[in-house]
Design a protein around this ligand. Structure first.
Ligand SMILES: Nc1ncnc2c1ncn2[C@@H]1O[C@H](COP(=O)(O)OP(=O)(O)OP(=O)(O)O)[C@@H](O)[C@H]1O
Ligand SMILES: [Mg+2]
Length: 234
């Protein structure tokens, strides 16, 4: 396997606040890699740093190229697509317009990708003309993921896709993630939902206070006493 994303001893601060305090991690081609951790652990900062949104110390590389110095939009054009925690939809535009805007860097194959997204989340096709802001929270999350997929990602950075979602919608997102992997997309999944992450990821990093506290495959981590008590409530 080849590293698509390499993170080595990365430090990111917001003024006086050290958000990432020496993080090393990697994502290989075809993997789903989970990043778990409590509020403020640094998950979003890590994902945003990989997407080119923050100055950092250390090394962050996508396809062996240093991320620093590249505009986030160039990384998107190169297949690294970020689906933000805030979803960032265009509320006054329709579902379909939002999806089409996701393809702004990749005009080839738009129809095929739209068909893929509608197949993945049929509610988006049923609501194609509805304003994005009037969609439910779960529907908006599907739309945000769908829009990211319209960018034709090789790597999808997914930040908190299950945040605030009811279990039934969680199942839809879960099925969607399986299909996204089957389509050959590599995924970095930042999540507070440890069970969801463990069910999907090949490998997981636990962040606490800007550092990697544990890493391993879900089976190993499920057997870890600290993870069991602090994160799985056992
Ligand atoms: N724009 C900012 N200005 C100052 N501090 C920030 C900013 N964004 C994040 N931080 C701080 O950086 C740390 C890491 O935050 P981050 O959002 O990366 O955590 P997170 O793991 O994604 O948390 P959550 O689970 O709540 O989304 C926190 O202490 C947070 O307060
Ligand atoms: Mg976050």
């Amino acid at each position: 396997m080849t590293d698509l994303i390499t993170v080595e001893d990365v430090r990111v601060s917001y003024g006086e606040v050290a958000a990432l305090r020496g993080i090393s991690a990697h994502v290989d081609d075809g993997e789903i890699v989970g990043v778990i951790g409590p509020n403020g652990a640094g998950k979003t900062t890590l994902v945003e740093t990989i997407s080119g949104f923050h100055d950092y110390e250390g090394r962050v590389a996508y396809r062996d190229r240093e991320v620093a110095g590249h505009h986030p939009a160039d990384l998107v054009a190169d297949g690294l697509v970020h689906c933000a925690e805030s979803r960032d939809l265009f509320g006054h535009l329709s579902v379909e317009d939002n999806l089409e805007l996701g393809a702004y860097r990749h005009h080839d194959g738009v129809e095929d990708r739209l068909a893929f997204v509608y197949d993945l989340f049929p509610v988006l096709e049923e609501r194609a003309d509805q304003n994005a802001r009037t969609m439910s929270g779960g529907e908006q999350q599907m739309l945000a993921i769908g829009r990211a997929l319209m960018g034709d990602p090789d790597v999808l950075l997914l930040d908190e896709p299950t945040l605030g979602l009811a279990p039934v919608i969680l199942g839809d997102i879960s099925d969607g993630l399986d299909e996204i992997r089957d389509a050959g997309v590599t995924v970095l999944l930042a999540e507070q939902n440890v069970t969801f992450t463990m069910n999907h990821a090949d490998r997981v990093y636990l962040l606490e206070n800007g550092k990697v506290e544990r890493e391993g495959d879900p089976k190993t981590l499920r057997g870890d006493e600290y993870i069991r008590t602090a994160y799985l409530g056992e």
